[in-house]
Design a protein around this ligand. Structure first.
Ligand SMILES: [Zn+2]
Length: 233
């Protein structure tokens, strides 16, 4: 009579259960790292390329939208040179031809007639990866503070949140599909095989491995295989 373990390719003894195998762990680590590096590069390269398309198309290609779903609060300055920015009073949202670059123009006034203006073109979701940002504070028509300084062009600015957090979010989504779910399915299959092995090979009373003996050497319970010794072969 062939033992269950031999039939199913195990060495003698219990088959592996639900716990991760070393190759599972390696696969999970490597696939996460690979995806993360991949998305860091893709996120940065795609953001830069799409922003360049927007720059080439010109800022006049931005079209006013009424989409208020995209939060602008992470872009609104809290303070500039010790001056605290009041909450924006008005804002307008724009979208570029690609639909992936968008723009916010927002204005606030404080009670002393100081005007705060922010104009940002940005790309990246859920966090901004790259932006071109202009801020200006004026009072009675006089510029108090401007970034970039008047007469200079604003620079492209990389945003750490978008560079790091966006790839982590993309990685987690894909890793779930190609890493975590397949490994969990494999582990569940092993667990079911283990249960099936335990049902066939262990004493039903004391869980001792009774091998091919007719009765359990530990507690004397007759083996459930004793009546039909050839049924498993
Ligand atoms: Zn027993």
């Amino acid at each position: 009579m062939k033992k269950y373990a031999e039939k199913h390719g195990f060495e003698r003894g219990a088959p592996p259960g639900f716990q991760l195998t070393p190759s599972d762990s390696r696969y999970l680590c490597r696939s996460f790292l690979f995806l993360f590096v991949f998305f860091v590069v893709v996120n940065a390269v795609a953001s830069r390329a799409l922003m360049q398309l927007q720059i080439n198309a010109g800022m006049s290609s931005l079209v006013r939208t009424n989409d208020n779903s995209y939060s602008m609060l992470d872009n609104w300055p809290s303070r500039t040179l010790g001056m605290r920015w009041p909450a924006p009073d008005k804002m307008a949202l724009y979208s570029g031809p690609t639909g992936l670059v968008d723009s916010v123009y927002a204005v606030a006034w404080s009670s002393d007639r100081t005007q705060y203006v922010m104009d940002v073109v940005r790309i990246g979701a859920p966090f901004n990866t790259l932006e071109i940002k202009k801020t200006r504070i004026t009072k009675d028509g006089l510029v108090i503070k401007s970034n970039p300084p008047i007469g200079t062009d604003p620079q492209l600015r990389w945003r750490p949140m978008g560079i790091i957090i966006n790839p982590i979010i993309y990685t987690a989504a894909i890793w779930l599909l190609i890493g975590l779910i397949p490994v969990a399915v494999g582990a569940t299959g092993r667990h079911l095989r283990y249960q099936s092995w335990a049902r066939d090979e262990l004493c039903p009373e004391c869980r001792y491995d009774i091998l091919d003996l007719p009765i359990c050497p530990e507690c004397g319970t007759p083996s459930h295989k004793a009546g039909c010794p050839d049924s498993l072969s």
